[in-house]
Design a protein around this ligand. Structure first.
Ligand code: SF4
Ligand code: SF4
Length: 406
């Protein structure tokens, strides 16, 4: 990997730096401390790696810095390698949470709702709040009927090609309703649905410094895909989509050959892209203004732009608003356990940006704090960091939750 030249091009993109003003948390500091040439103390020795790992581990892995870096420095990858080299209790906990407890998330979300906030250990406070927001039955009330689907476009591009939905950890657990709605819409398009036993995409395991566990889930998912006849892999979570697309690059050795890796990459398709051009009707009682939170890993349209936002804008028109500056929600996977206070700070900045765009503080009687997103991590984090002082209560959900079942 290329070395950092300290140009600072990445600095404006880092949500952690923006929320804290602490240069030692910036991508430049991380790249300098952990990059190929490393930082040396005055006596000429490199700094103790465990200390560097502890400091640089405070990273959301949002990837915003690497998109701005002219050198191609990949800070999230550097951080993942350091976390892997210096495992700790938080990683063990994260591993259990993702690989062993996944099937129990629905139950855990219900349980989290019963734990008084003052009883929760500070380290788990944010994770528990996020889980509570995801408990089954706590989703948004649907208010959008899809009246027309782009069946002809779908048939022209994908006729006869089987398709499987990749639900991800939240979609297989507490928010199974997301997958049900996605499948209903796909059947409406005329898709031939194949079922496959997928597991976690592995993205969060890699970020947490658990490369062995990440490799295992990637292998299992590739096998499930092969067994299902190599279908189109439809995702509705932005982070899952990125996690799966990465298999063809950093996980390419898991495929039989380059052709199979390319076929996998080509198969990973966001649901919003397939629904592009759909029309809908908003029911009475729908919120007057709806916020959209763009995930750091939002699915891109072929010509650029966020595919989820484009779909929703077409369906909701002027009702939908999003902050021009975007902004990370601050989820950061394992960082929620390591530094929940930093994660919450970034979340607060994100909500402040949303407020400036939506205006729910200025006119709380008419504008609700109502936000949609297309990433399970963002939905969880925004629910955990939602402002408590809005009279109508803040509402957060995946955009699939507003689609009516008719
Ligand atoms: S990955 Fe995100 S949080 Fe981490 S250093 Fe880069 S921009 Fe900052
Ligand atoms: S990480 Fe890249 S963009 Fe940031 S200071 Fe170093 S070389 Fe410049």
């Amino acid at each position: 990997m290329a070395d950092c030249v300290l140009c600072g091009c990445c600095l404006p993109g880092c949500p952690l730096l923006a929320a804290t003003g602490r240069e030692e948390l910036s991508p430049r500091a991380k790249a300098l401390l952990a990059g190929p040439s490393k930082w040396h103390a005055a006596d000429g020795h490199p700094l103790p790696e465990a200390d560097v790992a502890a400091l640089t581990g405070l990273c959301l892995a949002c990837g915003r810095c690497e998109k701005l870096c002219p050198q191609g420095v990949k800070v999230p990858q550097l951080m993942a390698a350091l976390r892997a080299a210096h495992p700790n209790f938080k990683q063990w906990l994260w591993k259990q949470w993702i690989t062993k407890l996944g099937p129990c998330w629905g139950l855990a979300a219900r349980g989290a709702a019963l734990v008084p906030e003052s009883f929760a250990p500070a380290q788990f406070s944010l994770a528990l709040k996020g889980l509570k927001g995801l408990r089954p039955g706590a989703g948004l009330t649907p208010w959008l009927s899809i009246t027309d689907l782009p069946e002809a476009d779908f048939a022209a591009k994908f006729s006869g090609r089987p398709l499987a939905v990749f639900d991800g950890c939240v979609g297989r657990g507490p928010r199974a309703a997301w997958g049900e709605t996605a499948r209903r819409l796909l059947r409406g398009l005329g898709a031939e649905l194949a079922e496959a036993a997928f597991s976690c995409c592995g993205s969060t395991l890699g970020v947490a410094g658990l490369p062995g566990e990440q490799r295992d889930v990637r292998r299992a998912n590739i096998k499930a895909w092969r067994d299902a006849g190599r279908p189109l892999l439809v995702t509705y979570c932005a982070t899952c989509r990125k996690g799966l697309a990465d298999y063809a690059g950093e996980g390419a050795e898991l495929f039989a050959d380059a052709a199979e890796a390319a076929r996998w990459k080509d198969a990973v398709t966001p649901l919003s892209l397939l629904l592009s051009g759909a029309r809908g009707k908003v029911s009475r009682g729908a919120p007057s203004i709806v916020g959209y939170h763009r995930p750091c890993h939002a699915p891109e349209l072929p010509g650029g732009g966020d595919a989820d936002f484009a779909l929703l804008k077409g369906l909701l028109g002027a009702r939908l608003r999003t902050p021009a500056s975007g902004g990370c929600c601050g989820f950061g996977g394992i960082m929620q356990l390591g530094a929940p206070e930093l994660s919450a700070k970034v979340g607060a900045v994100c909500w402040a940006n949303l407020d400036r765009t939506l205006g729910y503080s200025a006119a709380p009687e008419v504008v609700p704090a109502y936000v949609l997103s297309g990433c399970s991590g963002c939905v969880m984090q925004l629910a955990a960091t939602a402002p408590a002082n809005v009279p109508q209560g803040a509402r957060v959900g995946h955009w699939l939750e507003i689609v009516r079942r008719n």
